[in-house]
Design a binder for this molecule. Structure first.
Ligand SMILES: Nc1ncnc2c1ncn2[C@@H]1O[C@H](COP(=O)(O)OP(=O)(O)OP(=O)(O)O)[C@@H](O)[C@H]1O
Length: 330
């Protein structure tokens, strides 16, 4: 395990999930999920549609709908309570401060009637301890610094012309720009853990590479751990160092991306890989054509570098750019 600064990390994991289950009307949909993510580490969660990835993510965020019941344990570094069974007040304090989430569709995470810069600045203000109690003058100063911090974040995430984008409403931005605003909100308080659920699936492939690159770089710079959910295996290969494979609510295989994607042991993982756009494995018979292009050519995610998260380079490994919609490998 390697910490964000390239030195052996502390014993406390960023995320520790033990025996997580999610039940609907007594029927368990997610069962016995164990996950551990070290500080600064990026870990993928893959599996076909309906395998339970999103429910796992929502349970980690304490965001399950009322008709679903979690069990087991979800601990996040710096949070003094278990997420499972916590009060809504504690969960809401935790979200945005210790853990943030980026969903597939940015519009669902943004307030359509508020300027985007204001939405980023408010996240900074709300989470700043004591912000509401300060004198008017001190508060004004805090608001000015929040605005400046929001502009800096927007520039960091490659939102063009931050000063004028700050004043834009969500509908005035492109999908890729909106997702970068969501990312800015998610990263505003340097969360311990960022959960990404198909963060680039709705984006055009060229924008996708750029947004992925920003996710990798910005979380690396902050030492934030990432749980990265995707059905797109090349994307997972480009972002993550370890991966968990989920099938029918259970994790069936886990390991370093390089191992799982080249020498899978579970038949379900093999089927997933065979249906993916990853280059053929030596043992897979070579029936599939491998993708040839790498995002390295765009100077983006996965150009070179170590496959270990937080080891100095934010990049993981080359990512083939050809992609298609997921279909069940079964
Ligand atoms: N509120 C609910 N009540 C009952 N079943 C649900 C509920 N929400 C989700 N499910 C079921 O739980 C299973 C897992 O859903 P989940 O959304 O976690 O899958 P997923 O792996 O994220 O799929 P996708 O990649 O399509 O998002 C699915 O069969 C889904 O229909």
């Amino acid at each position: 395990m390697i910490g964000a600064a390239g030195t052996p990390g502390p014993a406390v994991p960023a995320l520790s999930v033990t025996g997580l289950g999610v039940a609907a009307r007594g029927r368990e949909i997610v069962t016995g999920v164990d996950l551990r993510i070290e500080p600064g580490e990026r870990v993928g969660l893959i599996g076909e549609s309906g395998s339970g990835k999103s429910l796992t993510a929502l349970a980690i965020m304490g965001l399950l709908p009322d008709d679903l019941t979690p069990r087991g344990s979800v601990r996040i570094a710096g949070v003094g309570h278990d997420v499972v069974g916590a009060r809504e007040r504690d969960l809401s304090a935790m979200r945005g401060r210790d853990v943030s989430m980026v969903f597939q569709e940015p519009m669902s995470a943004l307030n359509p009637t508020m300027r985007v810069g204001r939405q980023i600045a408010e996240t900074l203000l709300i989470r700043r301890p004591g912000a509401a109690d300060r004198s008017e003058q001190a508060r004004e100063h805090t608001e000015t610094s929040a605005r400046e911090a929001a502009l800096t974040l927007m520039a960091e995430l490659g939102i063009p012309d931050p000063a004028s984008s700050y004043r834009a409403y969500p509908h005035q931005l492109s999908g890729g720009q909106r997702q970068r605003v969501v990312l800015a909100i998610a990263l505003a308080n340097d969360p311990t853990l960022l959960v990404c659920d198909e963060p680039t699936t709705a984006l055009d492939v060229t924008v996708q590479a750029y947004v992925l690159d920003r996710i990798v770089r910005s979380t690396h710079d902050r030492g934030s751990a990432v749980l990265f959910i995707s059905h797109d295996l090349p994307v997972v290969a480009s972002v993550c160092s370890r991966v968990h494979v989920m099938n029918r609510g259970r994790i069936v295989e886990s390991g370093p991306v390089e191992t799982v994607f080249t020498r899978p042991t579970h038949p379900y993982t093999r089927r997933l890989l065979d249906a993916s756009e990853l280059p053929p494995r030596p043992s897979s018979g070579g029936g599939r054509r491998g993708a040839t292009a790498s995002v390295a050519s765009t100077g983006s995610v996965g150009s070179t570098g170590s496959s270990s998260a937080g080891s100095g380079s934010p990049a993981a490994r080359p990512m083939p750019t050809r992609r298609r919609s997921w279909t069940s490998p079964a």
